[in-house]
Design a protein around this ligand. Structure first.
Ligand code: TXA
Ligand code: MG
Length: 350
């Protein structure tokens, strides 16, 4: 078990920040694991060119070996070194969007080890916006393979306390860079097919993707459960994900019916409820966790994983009910997708 060093980075990049970042970059270069903040969620990084270091990510997270990692770079120009990007017409249209909460899947070059792509001929690439992440990648001088920094299956870490909870004793360094501003993971779009395919909704909206790329199809795994024997376009989508300990049910419906349904389910039972700020005075459950206003999907994005994690410390609960809109606009689509996965697609439509 590595002895974990926690390094707080303020983001002012003064002498103290730079010392912490130089140290972390050196740990990456020499084969260690560094947990770091991005604008989406905290990631657990290793030098993508060092197969041994990358294997340690899978061990630290308890992640299945067939689930590929995203390669993080400080500049979109560098994607060409690791993927057949220049020949890809969709990439030429979208590359100026970087840095962004976006991951593009492209046919990979042999410079990316197979352990990163889990043996697939493609790999995911992303240039994050977060200044600490960018500085760390730049100083390390290597591409950084990083999944979300949660233990496999848990909600992704969006606060320093989350990443410390999951990765203390597993990573060599944890960079505490405060809260993540987007709060849900990057949008993943495969540019290796025609038309491109949305594999995961996230910080960049589906509308924005379509504006830039034209037609973009939506992978069936985004909105529905995979059938037995079906091959996942993004291997990660076949696993139960973001799940708190207690089973989750999504409740979709207008205020009146959703509140009445949840209150009825809370009679004589200890449950936790994830709901909108407007619901607070109306929900009668033992634990009520608000995730933002009904119409503020950005705020819901920032709070959703923290709320899911908090249900694990609600003593005695047997179930979680989550209010949700089936909105596909903006970050709302990502919130809906994550709640679908957290619930294992257990949805009540009223
Ligand atoms: O926002 C994010 O993307 C965060 C931060 C740390 O950058 N990272 C993240 O990584 O969410 P992870 O590993 O938790 O999710 C990556 C997803 C997985 O579902 C994986 O299956 C998919 O990306 N993926 C990676 N490479 C792929 C590929 N070549 N083809 C299809 N899906 C891929
Ligand atoms: Mg993840």
């Amino acid at each position: 078990m590595p002895k974990t060093k926690i390094i707080k980075i303020k983001g002012s990049f003064d002498k103290e920040d730079m010392e912490g970042l130089e140290y972390s970059a050196e740990v990456l270069r020499t084969g260690g694991l560094v947990a770091f903040p991005t604008e989406t969620v905290y990631g657990l990084g290793a030098n993508a060119l060092d197969s041994n270091a990358v294997s340690n990510i899978f061990k630290a997270k308890g992640r299945p070996q067939d689930n590929p990692l995203i390669v993080h770079l400080e500049d979109a120009q560098r994607i060409e070194e690791y993927a057949h990007a220049d020949e890809n017409i969709y990439f030429s249209r979208i590359k100026d969007l970087f840095p962004a909460p976006l991951t593009v899947v492209l046919e990979k070059r042999s410079t990316i080890p197979d352990v990163v792509s889990a043996g697939l001929p493609t790999a995911g690439f992303r240039v994050p916006q977060n200044a600490i992440a960018r500085k760390l990648i730049e100083l390390s001088g290597v591409p950084v393979a990083a999944p979300s920094g949660n233990l496999s299956g848990r909600p992704s870490p969006t606060k320093a306390e989350h990443i410390i909870e999951d990765m203390y004793g597993r990573a060599d360094v944890i960079i505490d860079g405060g809260d993540c501003s987007v709060g849900v993971e990057s949008t993943i779009v495969s540019l290796a097919s025609n038309p491109p395919v949305l594999l995961r909704p996230g910080g960049v909206s589906y509308e924005n993707l379509c504006d830039i790329l034209g037609e973009v199809s939506i992978s069936s795994a985004v909105l529905s459960e995979m059938k037995a024997g079906e091959v996942a376009a993004a291997p990660g989508m076949k696993y139960r994900h973001y799940a708190p300990k207690a089973p989750v049910t999504l409740v979709i419906g207008d205020n009146k019916s959703a509140r009445a349904y949840i209150n009825e389910k809370s009679i004589n039972k200890c449950v936790a409820v994830l709901c909108f700020d407007e619901d607070l005075d109306y929900i009668k459950a033992d634990y009520v966790l608000c995730i933002g206003k009904h119409d503020d999907a950005d705020e819901q994005g920032r709070r959703i994983f923290d709320a899911l994690r908090k249900t694990d410390s609600c003593d005695g609960i047997t179930e979680v009910y989550a209010r949700c809109t089936d909105d596909r606009k903006g970050v709302g689509f990502a919130v809906f997708n994550r709640l679908l996965k957290a619930s294992g697609f257990t949805v009540v439509e009223l």
